[in-house]
Structure formats: C-alpha cells, structure tokens
Design a protein around this ligand. Structure first.
Ligand SMILES: Nc1ncnc2c1ncn2[C@@H]1O[C@H](COP(=O)(O)OP(=O)(O)OP(=O)(O)O)[C@@H](O)[C@H]1O
Ligand SMILES: [Mg+2]
Length: 385
C-alpha cells in the first residue's frame, strides 16, 4: 500500500492542502516553505500508533497543539488530517483505506487535545464514525484515537501497521561516527542515524551481507578507492562498518566508519534505508554532501529500488541536479509556495504554466525551480560584505 492522497487543514504552515501522491514524490520549495512540516504529518501518524505513543504523546512531542495549529488559522480552529491508502496507481481507483481525524483543544480543565472526529472508510464504505454514543457519554474517550488502541483497532489494524512502519531518514554523519559524543535520549525511529550501525547489526546475517554487497557495488562507482564493505564488531562488541581503502600501498588500508567521508556515510545510509523500508520512506535532502554526478542518479536509483517492493519514497530537495532527471513526471513533484496566509502546495503538473513547460521538453528543475526562488534572492544578497 502507499499514500495516494493527503488533505490537511491548519497543519503547521499549511492552511489547506489537498494533493494526490505517487509512489515516488519530490518536494520542492524555498527554505522554510514547509517541506519538513509536510513530512512531519506522516511521522505524527506514526507517533500516534507506535508502541508507547498515542495522540497525546504525539502532540506533546511537538510542543503542544498551539505549535502545530497553523498560525494563520482563523474561523476553522481544528487541525484536520485525511490520508488515502491505495494498492494501485490506476487513476479513478477507490482507495482501500481512508483515515481522517480532526484535533481540537479542550477549552476548560487540562486543555488536552481531543478528537473532534475520527473516521475510517474501507473501499468507500464508512466503518468508523466518531464521536459515537460511547464517546458522547464519556468524552475522555476522545483524547485517544481508536487507531492507537489494540482493543479497538482490530477491523482496521492494517492502517495502524502501515503508519507504524513509516521511516524517516535525515542522516547526520557526525552522529554515525560519534554516537557517544551526543548526549540525550534516543529519538524514535533513529532519524539522524545515531544508532544506524546497530540497526545494521541487528539485521539477520544473510540479509545484512546481501545488502552490504549491493551497497558496495553501487558505492565503488561513487568512491572508486573503496572496496570490500563489511560489518564487524570490535572487542567491546560494538558494531562497525569496515572497508578497504586503496592507496599507493599494494594492499590498501582498512578503514572504519569514523574515517569514512560524509558523502560515503550518507550514500550507505541512503541505500540501506531504501532496502530496509517496506512501506513509506521519508527522506530529507538526500543530495547533501554528494557530488553532482551522483545526485543526478538518485531519482533513477530510487525508481529501481521501488520496482521490486511496494515502497513509497517522499523526499525533500533543493537540488537542481536531482530534479533535472527527465524521468521525473510532473505528477511526482509537489511545489510549495509560501504566501501570507500559509504555504500553498500543488502538484507540479496541475500548475498550467509548469505543465506547458514540461510538455515543451523542460525538466522539472527548469520548469519548477525558478518558481521556488525567493524573489529578493534574484537580486543577490542585499547587504554589503
Ligand atoms: N504552527 C505553525 N503555523 C505557521 N507556521 C509554522 C508553524 N509551525 C512552523 N511553522 C513555520 O514553518 C517553517 C519551517 O518549515 P519547514 O522546516 O518545514 O521548512 P522546509 O521547507 O523544510 O525548509 P528547509 O528547506 O530550510 O529545510 C518556519 O518558518 C516556521 O515558522
Ligand atoms: Mg526542511
């Protein structure tokens, strides 16, 4: 299954969103236009269903409802999220699942967040519609979704399982190299790669070896001096990645991940995450630290990895090289345009001007990126240095 549609109301810097999604989706927009906020919707849903999570925790982790609700919200104060899950990209197909919630804040008492509604449709038929009679008798029930309750989600556990498997990658190479240097608690899902090596080590040996071999094959093209990527454990039992780094000495030298370059580590994590994820994988700016020639290949690599499994990849990017791939369709790109009343978000091929440029042979980079440049920047920096 994949997320085929998303509607939002008052989610962070979006007043209203209503978009169709493909199995590969690129988010393009200037800094602070809301690309990460858009991805956060899926992390929020995962936080609701994950073990030890729930609606209250998910809201609290984001600093409370006032931080989530769009600052430009006026008459419609509640936050609404509607997600469509489909198993085919055929147009006109009814989504297998639709899940929708509205979230409000109690006006009295503990001012807890609560559900103004929770609705579920299975193949077009509504199978849950809250508040129901029980909710009306005991409104504390509305502080939890049915999705997060094992006792209540039996008929639609497939949705909970789907959200639970959402993964998010925003690898910080320094955290992979020196996890012990950064104090603080672990973040669920390990988005920044602090426990990346442990995740690798926890995979069964057969899968791990197969994945590392594939990564090695891909990696030698980007980093030609690097050979034989393997995983090892040191004397203390701590997992490491090791590779032979060729140089003027005939046998090369072994290097561990703490000596790998930023780009090498980010590429390894990129490939690993693509292979690891079964459902929805969210990626933040996969182009960081990579040579332009490699960045150009990322869209086709993602496409190749998607063929075998049913994974969906949604990624944010600022990269012209990445979006220059002629294989990217206008329906695979979301364009974010900040405005006074919140950011507008549109599928690129639904913007008439962009569609005409794409039909005329322009790439996404050529047709879309000029629209995402802040106006002031077109005149250069406005202060003297
Ligand atoms: N509740 C809210 N209402 C309105 N705006 C909000 C809200 N919460 C966050 N924002 C705004 O969202 C912006 C940050 O968006 P986000 O981090 O998603 O941008 P981005 O497109 O990922 O940028 P970058 O490319 O720099 O990573 C900030 O300007 C912040 O003020
Ligand atoms: Mg961002």
């Amino acid at each position: 299954m994949y997320v085929s549609g998303l509607s939002l109301q008052n989610w962070k810097n979006f007043r209203k969103v209503d978009v169709k999604l493909r199995r590969r989706m690129f988010l393009a927009g200037p800094n602070a236009s809301g690309k990460s906020n858009f991805l956060d919707v899926f992390r929020f849903l995962r936080d609701i269903v994950k073990a030890g999570g729930g609606l209250q925790q998910a809201v609290q982790d984001r600093g409370g409802l006032s931080k989530i609700r769009c600052l430009a919200a006026r008459q419609e104060p509640d936050i609404e999220i509607e997600v469509h899950l489909s198993d085919t990209e055929l147009s006109g197909a009814v989504p297998v699942w639709k899940y929708a919630i509205g979230i409000k804040q109690q006006t009295r008492g503990h001012r807890q967040p609560y559900l103004s509604f929770e609705r579920i449709w299975y193949r077009g038929e509504r199978i849950l519609n809250r508040p129901d009679d029980s909710d009306r008798q005991d409104d504390l029930r509305l502080t939890q979704t049915h999705l997060e309750q094992i006792s209540a989600n039996e008929k639609f556990r497939a949705i909970s399982n789907f959200f639970n498997s959402v993964s998010y990658l925003h690898l910080v190479p320094q955290l992979v190299r020196n996890p012990e240097a950064f104090s603080g608690s672990n973040i669920a899902g390990d988005p920044y790669g602090r426990n990346f090596l442990e995740r690798v080590a926890r995979t069964t040996e057969k899968t791990r070896r197969a994945r590392l071999r594939k990564i090695e094959q891909a990696l030698v093209k980007a980093v030609p001096q690097l050979k034989h990527l393997t995983d090892i454990k040191d004397e203390a039992g701590i997992p490491h990645l090791e590779a032979v780094y060729e140089h003027w000495r005939p046998r090369g030298a072994k290097q561990r991940e703490d000596q790998f370059s930023d780009g090498t580590l980010r590429l390894i994590a990129f490939f690993w995450s693509l292979m690891e994820s079964d459902n929805l994988l969210l990626m933040e700016e996969p182009e960081l630290s990579l040579n332009a020639a490699i960045v150009k290949l990322l869209p086709s690599i993602i496409h190749r990895f998607q063929k075998k499994k049913t994974r969906q990849v949604i990624l944010s990017t600022h990269s012209a090289e990445l979006l220059d791939d002629k294989g990217i369709d206008g329906s695979e790109v979301l364009v974010l345009t900040p405005a006074v009343e919140g950011t507008e978000i549109k599928v690129a091929s639904d913007i008439e001007e962009v569609r005409l440029l794409l039909e005329g042979g322009f790439t996404i980079a050529e047709a879309v990126l000029p629209r995402t440049e802040p106006k002031a920047m077109q005149q250069g920096f406005l202060f003297d240095v």
